[in-house]
Write a protein that binds this ligand. Structure first.
Ligand SMILES: [Zn+2]
Length: 237
């Protein structure tokens, strides 16, 4: 394939932007402080504009680095670009309800499609609830059986339109063990996790249960970063 053929291929296919806008009123994980955006200069008086941002690394569309939950794990600046570009499948899990688990059983429906080194996107349509008060707490999430299954399939990335790959609970009796377990199962096997993908532009045809394409999910490089905000794009093919 020469250069023009590659460009034609890219631009003749649908490109879906899976990223949420960064702004001062964006939603955060319940335990995370609100973001701050401060204009340091404005064009009308200073001739130029720049902004200071105070934003948790896990707010908005981002990739979790292994160091998020593994002591001594790779940080986000050490991520190989090839780990985050690849063959991808968006799985239609839109039947999942508030706070419902995505289990091995759900994922087994796509067993024929999932290959080694795939990048899997769990579509629940959750971004459509962005303005609802339960957005940050009630998203469907991957349970331990689902994370174990995906690990066994040796995929390299799993992304969700939920706020986290694991479910949120206020109950701290169990120290939220399931949250750690789900993340670690994936991160220990260098399966990168994409969280809070914006799926408002994803459209399934009637009866369509998955969409195939190529994913480019590149986080910004932060030394010691446990995550990185990312512009994530899916090229349908
Ligand atoms: Zn995260």
């Amino acid at each position: 394939m020469d250069r023009n053929e590659i460009l034609n291929w890219i631009f003749n296919n649908e490109i879906i932007d899976l990223s949420i806008n960064l702004n001062k009123s964006m939603r955060t994980y319940p335990t995370v402080e609100n973001p701050e955006f401060k204009k340091l200069h404005i064009t009308s008086t200073d001739g130029f504009q720049d902004t200071k941002i105070c934003l948790n690394t896990h707010t908005g569309t981002h990739i979790d680095a292994p160091s998020h939950m593994i002591d001594g794990g790779l940080d986000i600046s050490e991520t190989a670009i090839t780990s985050l570009i690849g063959r991808a499948i968006i799985l239609n899990l839109s039947y999942k309800k508030r706070k419902e688990e995505i289990t091995k059983e759900d994922l087994m429906n796509f067993h024929e499609q999932i290959e080694k080194n795939d990048m899997i996107i769990l579509y629940t349509g959750w971004t459509n609830n962005y303005d609802r008060d339960f957005y940050s707490t009630d998203y469907p999430y991957l349970d331990i059986s689902g994370a174990t299954y995906l690990s066994s399939q040796k995929i390299k990335f799993v992304g969700t339109d939920g706020v986290s790959i694991a479910g949120f609970t206020k109950d701290t009796n169990d120290n939220n063990i399931h949250i750690f377990k789900t993340h670690r199962l994936l991160l220990e096997r260098k399966i990168y996790i994409g969280e809070e993908l914006n799926t408002t532009q994803v459209r399934f045809q009637e009866q369509e249960s998955f969409i195939e394409g190529i994913l480019i999910a590149l986080p910004i490089k932060i030394i010691d970063g446990d995550a990185g905000w990312s512009r994530i794009i899916f090229i349908k093919s």
